[in-house]
Design a protein around this ligand. Structure first.
Ligand SMILES: CC(C)(COP(=O)(O)OP(=O)(O)OC[C@H]1O[C@@H](n2cnc3c(N)ncnc32)[C@H](O)[C@@H]1OP(=O)(O)O)[C@@H](O)C(=O)NCCC(=O)NCCS
Length: 180
């Protein structure tokens, strides 16, 4: 009898660790009219958790990290756990008028900034992910971080392309095991 990998309850995904040395000035982030960057404020967390859930819905990351992404409440619980590390100087929200439509959450210590999450609601994508990342990286340089780090699931080709075009390079990898 042939063995089919799909019969196994566990699967794995490759995760790439990427880094960018924040040496050179970066190009300015330009946004479509009506959009602006804002500092990330504590009272926005429920709205940002909803964005995170919707941004990842149906993605490979939603399969790999269901406990973090399966609902806005799960996202909010994950935010609560990482709150102590979150750096308000380099974390930011993308606003369309008064409405948050995306965000970058970052943490950092000893000159190394770690980008935990970047997400944009599907209907607002197209150029703004790059702008959001550029603004976060600009703030990291301004606050004297020397290196930015992030992890990305290898199958997430949109995010991977974005990071590579910003100059991030692969520095390591890991695997995440998940239940199918
Ligand atoms: C990642 C994310 C923030 C990017 O936002 P965005 O507005 O789509 O980003 P941009 O359009 O600025 O950049 C995306 C880049 O990927 C490219 N791209 C878009 N769709 C692609 C696809 N299906 N395959 C490969 N590349 C793709 C674009 O061409 C663009 O590069 P370019 O501007 O140099 O041409 C957004 O897709 C998102 O929220 N995804 C869900 C959450 C997520 O995966 N976050 C990252 C977790 S590590």
């Amino acid at each position: 009898m042939a063995i089919d990998a799909r019969d196994f309850p566990l699967a794995f995904a490759w995760r790439l660790e990427m880094s960018l040395v924040l040496e050179q000035p970066l190009p300015d982030a330009s946004l479509p009219s009506g959009m602006a960057f804002a500092d990330l404020r504590q009272e926005q967390l429920p709205a940002l958790a909803r964005i995170e859930h919707l941004a990842f819905a149906g993605s490979v990351d939603a399969r790999v990290f269901p406990e973090l992404l399966q609902s806005p409440q799960a996202c909010l619980r994950a935010w609560a756990r990482t709150k102590r590390d979150f750096d308000p100087r380099t974390s930011l929200v993308l606003m369309r008028g008064a409405e948050p439509v995306g965000f970058v959450r970052a943490a950092g210590a000893r000159g190394v900034a770690t980008i935990d999450c970047v997400a944009v609601l599907p209907e607002f994508r197209g150029g703004v992910g790059r702008a959001l990342m550029l603004e976060a990286l600009r703030r990291m340089r301004e606050h004297r971080y020397q290196v930015a780090l992030l992890s990305v699931t290898a199958e997430n080709t949109t995010a991977l392309t974005l990071y590579e075009r910003l100059g991030f390079r692969e520095v390591g990898w890991s695997i995440s095991i998940y239940r199918r």
